[in-house]
Write a protein that binds this ligand. Structure first.
Ligand SMILES: Nc1ncnc2c1ncn2[C@@H]1O[C@H](COP(=O)(O)OP(=O)(O)O)[C@@H](O)[C@H]1O
Ligand SMILES: [Mg+2]
Length: 291
């Protein structure tokens, strides 16, 4: 008998929304995600790219277990997600975290960032106060905010605030983090710093990442494999280097052509600058487990 698959296995996911129109007397359902199957291995980063409206966020929410598929299934380390709101679902929540684009929208403006990271931790674990403080402080230090715990959200830059949100997600020791346009609102140099930080942390913490972005140049730096979404379908999925160097699908080629740098040489120079000397090759460690 073969071992049960670890990590995420999504099979034939569909998410339909009613379009409000009626065709032949039946409610016409629009498929935001239309039959997507994929896997994410432990420690693996899967990038998801595609234009706005292609279904990336809907797919990410189903993979994170915060939206129920219309049909199809997700297993998370060999478990199905429990129904939203049930005790089992709450237990599962700590293992999968989501980081969105706008950190200011998900923090409490009246609480210090130390208090918010600590609160996430103590909601899930019963700890002595000093231990909760120590673990919070250690996590803040890991995201480069070791001296800023006392600050309120408005006293941080956008990049620092996103680091605080990442600390709050990672303090629970999740297995999977879904990053949905998590760096898209930040300046390019800040994006690169946060990507580099994620590259370090995912090794330390053996994290699986689903990294969703409309920006291919960001995705290629962090992803072992990349999937291309278009109109709810996964058009192609493959090893990051292969996909970027040798796209099979016309649509992928067009997406790639829209990356601003116009020659491979210019792109490399820009990468070197933005990623502090770590080119794409250096930023992409060896692929872990192929599915
Ligand atoms: N809750 C919803 N109700 C109805 N339509 C939705 C809902 N969420 C997303 N959609 C539609 O599904 C499609 C895919 O959306 P989304 O997953 O947000 O794409 P992306 O993240 O790639 O921009 C879009 O056409 C969007 O309008
Ligand atoms: Mg989206």
């Amino acid at each position: 008998m073969s071992e049960a698959p670890k990590g995420i296995v999504a099979t034939n996911l569909v998410r339909a929304y009613s379009s409000g129109r009626r065709l032949c007397g039946k409610a016409d359902a629009f498929r935001a995600v239309d039959g997507v199957s994929l896997t994410i291995a432990p420690g693996e980063t899967l990038g998801i790219v595609g234009e706005s409206g292609s279904g990336k966020s809907t797919l990410g929410r189903m993979i994170a277990g915060i939206e129920t598929p219309t049909s199809g299934a997700v297993t998370f380390w060999d478990e199905h997600y429990a129904g939203v709101g049930t005790p089992q679902w709450r237990r599962q929540r700590r293992h999968v975290q989501v980081v969105f684009q706008n950190p200011a929208a998900v923090v409490d403006p009246r609480w210090s960032i130390h208090a918010q990271v600590r609160e996430a931790l103590t909601t899930h674990e019963q700890l002595a106060p000093s231990e909760a403080d120590d673990r919070t402080q250690a996590m803040l230090a890991m995201v480069g905010l070791g001296t800023m715990g006392k600050r309120l959200p408005h006293q941080l830059s956008g990049g620092q605030l996103q680091r605080a949100v990442i600390a709050r997600a990672l303090v629970l020791n999740p297995r999977l983090v879904v990053c949905d346009e998590a760096v898209s609102a930040l300046d390019v140099s800040v994006q690169a710093q946060i990507i580099n930080m994620l590259l370090e942390l995912r090794e330390k913490l053996n994290l699986s990442l689903m990294f969703i972005s409309h920006d291919l140049s960001v995705v290629r730096h962090i992803s072992h494999r990349v999937g291309v979404m278009h109109a709810g379908k996964l058009l192609e999925i493959g090893d990051s280097t292969t996909l970027f160097d040798n796209p099979r699908h016309d649509y992928t080629r067009r997406l790639l052509a829209a990356i601003p740098a116009d020659s491979p040489r210019q792109r490399r120079q820009r990468d070197m600058k933005a990623f502090g000397g770590r080119g794409a090759a250096a930023a992409q460690p060896e692929h872990p487990v192929q599915s």
